[in-house]
Every structure is written in C-alpha cells, then in structure tokens.
Design a protein around this ligand. Structure first.
Ligand code: FE2
Ligand code: FE2
Length: 505
C-alpha cells in the first residue's frame, strides 16, 4: 500500500541533503546471483549450527578459566563507539547524535512538566536514538536480494533493528525503528508497545534535518507549516508542539549550531546504567561493529584479547592488571575501522603510502579512546606496535618507556597475527610462529622473558584462547538470517506479522 508513505514525498527527499536521501541512494544495487544465494543458504545453516554449539561451552567457562572483565562501563563503550563510527563516516552518526540530544532534551522536558503520558525508559531512549543509524554502516551488497520499494522499511533501518535487537539490551524496544516514516494513525493499529519511542525519536530526527534550512532557529516565527503538518501526521502530534515549547529562545537548537550538543550527549552517555551482563553485551556489540568493515580484524581482536589475558595469568599479574590489558587489547586496533578495506585485507605487498595509512590505525585508535578510558589503558593500547629497541611506531618508544603490560600486549598481538589466517597468509604452525618471534627477540624487539614463558606455555595459551572465544561471540548470525528473511516483506504490517509469527527475528 503506497499510501502508507505519504508524509515526506519522494520529491522532497531528493531535494533535501538528508540522511534519508543518502540511505535511499545506497539502496541502488543489483541482487546476488543464484549461486550466491545458494552459498548464502549454506552459510546460514552453518551459522545456525555455530550459534547452537556455543551455549554449553559458555556455561562451563567460569569453572575452568579466569574470566577477564571489561574496565569500561556502558557510557564509555557508547562514547568510544560513537567516535569509531564518526572516524569511519561522520554522516550517519552525526544525525543520530543530534537526534539523540534533542530526544533526551524533549523527554526531560515532558517528564519535568508531567506531560509524558506513556512509559519511556530514558536509558533505552538514549541508546536507541544514538544507535538508530548504525545499519547505515553495513555494506548491504552481499545481503540484499531484491530492489527496495517505497512501501518497505529501508534496509538500513531493518539492519539497525536486527543489530540492536540481537546485540544490545534493546531486545524489545528496537522494533520502534521499523515504524520509521510510517503514519502514526496506521502505526497505532499495529499495536507496537514502542510506538512512542519511534514517534519521539523520528520527530526529533526530522527537526534536526529541517533546522539546517532555518539556520538552527525553530520557533513560532520561523515555523514551516507544511513541515509541522507532515510531522504531526507521521508521528504523535504532541511531540512537535512540545518541542517548540521546550525550545523557547532556541534553548535546544542553539546547542546544535554551536556543536555543544556533542559534549552534552557525552554527559547523557555517562548517565547510562546497565547491569554487568548488559554492559558486556554492549562491549561485544562495539567489537562486532568492526565486522561491518573487516571480519578478520574482529577475529584478531578476539584472539589478541584472550592471548594477552592468558599471558597475564602465566606472568602472575593481578586480576586488576589483567583486566586492564584485556580492555586495552579489545581497543588496540579499533582505529582500523577507518582504514581502506583494500589495504586492510589486501593480498599483495603494501606500497609505502599504503603502509603509512595502515600504520595510522594506532593514532586514529588513540584519538578515539584517549580521555574515555583510564590513561593506563590508553597507553597500553596505543603502544602495541612499539618495540624495545625503539624501531616500532608510532612514537619509536624504547625499553625504558614500555611497561610489562605494554610488552605483554605487543607479544599477544604478534602471536595472534601469526597464528590467525589472513587474506594474505595462512595460519602459521607453532614452529614457524615461534621461530619468527624468536628472531624478533634476537633483534631486541620483544621482551625475552615473556617470550620464553609464551614458548613454554604455547599450547596452553592457544587452547585457552579457543575455550574463551565464545565469551565474546554474539548473535551476528541471527542478524544476517533475520535480514535475509525479513527484507522480502512488502509492507510494514507484513513485516510486523512476520516478526510476531517468527518470534526469532
Ligand atoms: Fe595494530
Ligand atoms: Fe593488532
């Protein structure tokens, strides 16, 4: 039913430099061939098996191994994730951050004045509004089976929905994203308990796009009646009126013009409260966002994190020190998200220029996490390519500057790089791995004592990493399966029916 999408017509979308226009332009594609679809089906079956086989191992973990803890809380994780996405492409996270800031301001105003008629959880509102555009970062070309039509939820929002539902504590609330651009009156008939999240967030998103035209003024004198009417039809009509009231003197929108909203949103992130399991879920989600760019980098981060944890145990570091190294290991290569994937996964030898770009991942990463984590964790994470003889990068630090924890992460990183398969090399066997590392010790690059201990416990380290790996595994397989199944739905009601019946998406 094409009438379902009446508020913001195609002509307007084309003339607006907006997120929506960008999203739609990304949806021009050719679907995969028959063979691709068959191999995709095989992949789904193996992913499903993988998901099932993981659960028993996970429950055994606590009995046999030290379980590293993340030294990051939910607010720190979301702030790091925001910066990672901004480093990759600021466009989509920028509109989400502006929307999130306005959504929280509006929510607080409604709450303060007793005008909030429905239950909206502030925590979940912050998380959902900051992350609603995350699906825009996914390259859909290998997943999409047929061209989109105007009566469907855009694939980017469908992916955001599945990603947030399966990988974050937004299991239920995420479905609000499916009501994007769907008339409020029609949406009510779908009986989604989360319609008000959608209405509040998307009203604010529309305002954020609109006020670029009015130079960040949004008051009674500058109102575009046509815009207001469209907002009131698309979403709960009270939100746009209340926003105008809350924005008196442009109190909210002036912060968008001055970019102060960015730091105020940091404060909102700091106020996030999730329990330990939910926070760990967010940590995993942050790591798996790198999968949008490079699966092998995610695999590498997981091995490095657990190799370093095991080496810390062998070296008798305290639990606190071990957790610091684990957290640094999780963060050490996040600067790679902005590196050209051809360089990241290229099979050939890199040119000098490409090598420089590759090496820039350390400083890019440090810019992302420095100031959010403790300085100690930021130091460990940003020194993983430094060597004892001063020939490393980016700073060319030498032995005196490098702590025991720094040295452990460097060795764990190299061990992971050698033992994991990459596009440009196979997984190296034990003898070859140790002989390469030995030559680095001989060149006075790596710490000889830690290397000696790694050599003596090599099998234990590798085995323990494999046992721990499921700890950081996510439901990414379900996201892909869900996306392939649901993106064939021709309308929003059909999508809701499929979700309610299928239960698993
Ligand atoms: Fe690195
Ligand atoms: Fe690395």
């Amino acid at each position: 039913m094409m009438e379902e999408f009446t508020k913001f017509d195609d002509a307007e979308k084309r003339t607006t430099d907006s997120l929506i226009e960008e999203i739609e332009s990304l949806e021009d594609f050719f679907g995969p061939s028959e063979e691709d679809l068959e191999s995709l089906e095989d992949e789904i079956v193996s992913l499903e098996n993988e998901v099932e086989s993981l659960e028993p191992i996970e429950s055994e973990l606590g009995k046999i191994l030290y379980i590293p803890k993340s030294c990051l809380d939910a607010g720190q994780i979301i702030k790091i994730l925001r910066r990672m996405l901004r480093d990759m492409n600021p466009k989509y996270i920028d509109i989400a951050e502006r929307t999130a800031y306005c959504s929280v301001k509006l929510f607080d105003y409604l709450k303060l004045h007793g005008k909030l008629e429905v239950k909206i959880d502030r925590n979940k509102l912050i998380l959902l509004s900051v992350l609603f555009s995350i699906g825009c970062y996914k390259d859909m070309s290998s997943l999409v089976m047929e061209e989109d039509s105007a009566s469907k939820v855009p694939n980017m929002f469908l992916y955001s929905y599945l990603y947030l539902k399966n990988l974050t504590p937004l299991k239920d609330v995420a479905e609000a994203l499916l009501l994007y651009n769907y008339n409020y009156g029609d949406a009510l008939s779908l009986n989604s308990p989360y319609i008000e999240y959608a209405s509040l967030i998307f009203t604010c998103m529309r305002i954020c796009i609109q006020i670029r035209k009015t130079k960040y003024v949004f008051d009674e004198n500058s109102l575009d009646n046509d815009f207001i009417a469209k907002c009131k039809k698309a979403y709960n009509p009270m939100y746009v009126d209340q926003f105008i009231e809350a924005n008196q003197g442009n109190a909210i929108t002036s912060k968008l013009e001055s970019n102060r909203y960015y730091f105020l949103l940091d404060d909102y992130c700091d106020s996030l409260t999730f329990n330990y399991d939910e926070t760990f879920m967010l940590l995993k989600m942050m790591i798996y966002t790198i999968d949008f760019v490079s699966t092998s980098t995610v695999t590498h981060i997981l091995s490095t994190s657990f190799h370093s944890t095991e080496i810390c145990q062998i070296e008798h570091l305290s639990d606190e020190e071990t957790d610091e190294v684990f957290t640094a290991a999780v963060l050490h290569d996040i600067g790679k998200m902005a590196i050209d994937v051809k360089i990241l996964e290229g099979a050939g030898k890199l040119t000098d220029e490409e090598m420089n770009q590759m090496r820039s991942h350390v400083e890019r990463g440090e810019k992302i996490f420095r100031g959010i984590t403790t300085d100690k964790i930021a130091d460990i994470a940003s020194r993983h390519h430094e060597t004892l003889n001063g020939t490393g990068y980016p700073k060319g630090l030498a032995a005196d500057d490098l702590t025991f924890q720094d040295r452990i992460l460097t060795i764990a990183d190299i061990l992971s790089a050698l033992t994991d398969p990459r596009t440009y090399k196979p997984s190296f066997p034990k003898e070859k791995t140790l002989s390469i590392m030995q030559s680095m010790v001989d060149e006075k690059k790596l710490d000889p004592k830690i290397f000696e201990d790694v050599k003596n416990s090599y099998d234990q380290i590798v085995a323990h990493t494999e046992t721990r790996r499921p700890m950081l595994t996510t439901n990414l397989g379900q996201v892909i399966i869900g996306f392939i199944s649901l993106q064939e739905c021709k309308s929003v009601p059909a999508l809701f029916r499929a979700i309610r019946q299928g239960n698993r998406f």
